[in-house]
Design a binder for this molecule. Structure first.
Ligand SMILES: Nc1ncnc2c1ncn2[C@@H]1O[C@H](COP(=O)(O)OP(=O)(O)OP(=O)(O)O)[C@@H](O)[C@H]1O
Length: 271
């Protein structure tokens, strides 16, 4: 007998309604930092090949939720996560999950560009090397080039691959960090305010890149900029005081949200 899994059913329903399928699913996710509870029973789906923006006032739990998606909260000793998070229907908090492999499948780009103090080439080739993804030097060269191409940085750095990554401009460094994330062929890319340290021109470039990356990756982005959320995302999730207030199509969230708190936040009444 052919038994359908929950993911099969979702895929079927998604096809029928023309909705992208669900890549990651948060089910009653709560996070505690010691005694303090930072997230309260968050149910949130992340759809395949879409950009999901997490918005809300400072301290509402956006980054905390983002870090749950690749178990970065494991690195914070006082953090405790409850509830369930799946990636393609697989529980990422299961004891058999290899966290290093999970973080290759669900990559992360941080607020401040953080290239290693190594060459541009080494920044991008490090991940594929330690994950054994290249079959020799030529293959590694190919991965480095294609990752830099996909991060829209190749033309600017192809003649200086062996110079330090830290010598690039802020915007270039952030695209280098995106290339580094892409190099291990992730399925999901998490971005925590990736443009907050960039000037408007570099920000526009990264936003354009995010839109292109959506074709091949699923993206979740934390942003303080309402304009950015509206420009780059298809879905928006609004957080407030550790609760998910509402989630929906970005167009609707910015024109006709259901919750007054969303309305107040997007119109700049608080936050
Ligand atoms: N490492 C930590 N240790 C203790 N408390 C933390 C830690 N990280 C976050 N918190 C607390 O958890 C709550 C949610 O923080 P979080 O950084 O997730 O919010 P945020 O919405 O991303 O905020 P911001 O927009 O300011 O970055 C806050 O009250 C914060 O002080």
């Amino acid at each position: 007998m052919n038994i359908m899994t929950e993911a099969d059913v979702e895929q079927k329903l998604a096809t029928r309604t023309n909705e992208p399928s669900i890549k990651m699913k948060g089910d009653k996710v709560s996070v505690y930092y010691g005694e303090k509870r930072a997230l309260f029973d968050v149910d949130l789906d992340v759809r395949q090949n879409q950009v999901t923006a997490l918005i809300g006032p400072s301290g509402c739990g956006k980054s905390t939720f983002l870090r749950c998606l690749n178990r970065m909260n494991d690195t914070i000793s006082i953090a405790r996560v409850t509830g369930k998070i799946t990636l393609d229907d697989e529980d990422i908090y299961d004891k058999n999950i290899d966290v290093v492999e999970l973080r290759a499948r669900v990559g992360m780009v941080f607020q401040k560009p953080n290239p290693f103090p190594k060459s541009i080439y080494e920044n991008v080739s490090y991940g594929p090397r330690i994950h054994g993804l290249a079959k020799g030097k030529a293959d590694l060269d190919r991965i480095v080039e294609s990752s830099l191409q996909k991060a829209a940085l190749w033309n600017e750095v192809k003649d200086r691959l062996h110079e330090p990554g830290t010598g690039l401009s802020g915007g270039q460094q952030q695209r280098l960090c995106i290339a580094r994330a892409i190099a291990v062929s992730p399925e999901v890319i998490l971005m925590d305010e990736p443009c907050s340290a960039l000037d408007p021109i570099a920000t526009a470039k990264v936003e354009e890149l995010i839109d292109e990356l959506r074709e091949n990756y699923t993206i979740v982005i934390v942003t303080h900029s309402m304009q950015q959320a509206a420009r780059v995302s298809q879905r928006t999730a609004m957080f407030h005081l550790g609760y998910l207030v509402e989630e929906g199509a970005t167009d609707k969230m910015f024109t006709n949200p259901d919750d007054k708190r969303t309305q107040d936040y997007i119109t700049g009444r608080f936050g």
